[in-house]
Design a protein around this ligand. Structure first.
Ligand code: N01
Length: 522
């Protein structure tokens, strides 16, 4: 859990210190709540018409959290009222909206405000932020510090499939789901079989006439016996009335879903010479997952050979089986392996050249992680894009996943190398980060620093440790291409290579010796 005590005492010095939080999703709302408690002035800029981030944008049928509600919530606001073990999208959106009201941060959120560019003004020791307002006008806003809470995954990856424009029916991404469209009784094509793909396909399978699922590469999925289930009344009551029950339950889930899984992530040292080589734990897990596939598909050998991945479990994000395998075995569902060769006016052509006619196409093709939504220019005119290798060698990095040399008072939540590679709640990671960021700000205010930025040496030393640890883990398997490793050298710029307990330890107290401090305006 997160001890918020040290960020709760309001700071008194430096009236006028202003923080701009970008994004009113899970991390932005969290940052706002904690800034408010610390007595630091802030504004939240949100480009959407409502708050919720991911849980506002993603409204496709079947969209829900694949992490248990008891973990997928703020530690200070347990989600005890959720009727399901795995909360639905609308439930999560309501939770974050309720939190924004309960903690009185809603008045600080500016909806429909899109940040277009940001520039560090050395003379003023401030960030200059270009914003497009809801009426289309633009203006410049200034602040002392920025918390970029836009996350890793919000820019849809639209595939470049030949003939895409020729398709006559509706074709849209899961993050832009067309709610007006009634797909019941239609032939629907779904491209992609990651977390979004299996959720939308399974949910639609009950109402469409025919479902054609285009799987480029199989993903692993783990069974969870309570996926569709409601939390039983007894557990509900225990959570609410037995002292500390919910804390213990969270601890149990934490162990099962987080660091208790870490041994699966370590690759066999002999790996590079053997395509399917996995460590002993991973080998046992692999057999278990294949047994599960067989059970769910009535051991259909033709199907099994097409859905068993040729890389170790956890190489890509582990899916939670939401009746996905059962869906694949339904008579009106067809799995087409190998991806899509082209789109034609009436449908899709597979890699074997066969045309499949469909009425609508859903692109469950994922997101472009860290796709820069706006340009960020730090000291000496260096942009974040340049600092991360430029367009050709783009590979985000940060000191502790939060700050960057050359970008004073620029803080990130869910930044580079902070995504968890197990199915654990990213909310806990954001809590560690927000606590760290606010502690840094308190240090600044109490010591009258106008700005801080990490030393290049601290940044380099931390990233050397990140790289050394990444080398040992499964995400850069030669057969894995995923949003985890879509950077030069297949290095994962998204994932946290350390245990969650170790990362927490690193963020407990900022090492101010690792920062350059600036005093006042030059
Ligand atoms: O995206 P993905 P996602 N032609 O990148 C395929 C979180 N999330 O939106 O594997 C054909 O995982 C691609 O194929 P391949 C979660 O962290 C959480 O599903 O590259 N296919 C793959 O199958 C998750 O990991 C929840 O060969 C193409 C799929 O599209 C992350 O978001 C729910 C293609 C993309 O899978 C991303 O998940 C949903 C092409 N041109 C998402 N391009 C929760 O429940 C891509 N694909 C919390």
């Amino acid at each position: 859990s997160v001890d918020w005590n040290n960020t709760k005492t309001p700071v008194s010095k430096r009236a006028g210190f202003q923080v701009m939080v970008i994004g009113a999703g899970m991390s932005g709302i969290l940052a706002a709540i904690k800034l408010q408690e610390a007595g630091i002035s802030f504004t939240v800029l949100e480009k959407n018409k409502a708050i919720g981030g991911t849980w506002y944008k993603n409204t496709y049928p079947g969209c829900r959290v694949d992490i248990m509600s008891h973990l997928y919530c703020y530690s200070f606001e347990p989600l005890l009222s959720c009727p399901h073990f795995f909360p639905t999208q609308d439930f999560m959106r309501q939770y974050f909206t309720d939190c924004s009201h309960k903690y009185k941060i809603a008045p600080h959120i500016r909806l429909g405000h899109t940040v277009t560019a940001m520039k560090w003004e050395e003379d003023r020791q401030e960030w200059e932020v270009g914003v497009t307002l809801p009426d289309g006008q633009t203006e410049i806003r200034r602040c002392n510090a920025v918390i970029n809470a836009t996350g890793q995954l919000h820019h849809p990856a639209i595939p470049d499939i030949p003939g895409m424009a020729s398709f006559a029916g509706p074709c849209f991404h899961t993050a832009d789901y067309n709610q007006e469209l009634d797909l019941s009784g239609k032939r629907v094509g779904v491209i992609g079989t990651g977390s979004s793909g299996i959720q939308v396909a399974t949910a639609l399978s009950g109402s469409v006439k025919e479902l054609l699922i285009f799987q480029r590469t199989p993903h692993w999925a783990t069974p969870v016996d309570v996926y569709q289930e409601e939390v039983p009344q007894g557990k509900h009551d225990a959570m609410q009335h037995i002292p500390y029950y919910s804390n213990w339950y969270r601890l149990l889930l934490f162990w099962r879903m987080a660091d208790g899984m870490n041994h699966y992530l370590v690759k066999d040292p002999a790996w590079k010479s053997k395509d399917e080589s996995v460590n002993a734990f991973n080998g046992i897990l692999r057999s278990y997952l294949i047994r599960h596939m067989k059970k769910e598909t009535d051991s259909d050998p033709a199907l099994i050979t097409r859905i068993v991945p040729d890389y170790p479990p956890y190489g890509k994000r582990m899916l939670i089986d939401n009746d996905w395998y059962k869906t694949l075995s339904s008579p009106h569902v067809t799995l087409i392996s190998g991806g899509v060769r082209e789109m034609v006016p009436n449908g899709l052509v597979d890699q074997q050249g066969e045309t499949h006619s469909v009425d609508a196409i859903i692109l469950a093709t994922g997101f472009k992680p860290f796709h820069p939504p706006f340009s960020v220019t730090g000291r000496a005119g260096i942009t974040l894009l340049d600092a991360w290798g430029g367009a050709a060698q783009y590979s985000p990095r940060a000191y502790l996943g939060i700050t960057m040399p050359g970008f004073p008072n620029y803080f990130m939540t869910y930044g580079p190398n902070t995504n968890v590679g197990t199915t654990f709640s990213i909310i806990t990671i954001s809590e560690f980060q927000v606590r760290y960021i606010i502690t840094c700000m308190k240090e600044m205010l109490e010591n009258d620093y106008s700005a801080i930025e990490p030393l290049q040496t601290a940044y380099a030393a931390y990233n050397a440790k990140v790289d050394a640890q990444l080398e040992k883990l499964v995400w850069n398997h030669p057969k894995v291409n995923s949003w985890y490793n879509s950077w030069p050298g297949k290095r994962s710029a998204t994932n946290l290579p350390f245990s969650i307990a170790d990362y927490r330890q690193l963020l407990l107290q900022p090492d101010m010796a690792a920062f350059i401090k600036y005093y006042g305006k030059s």
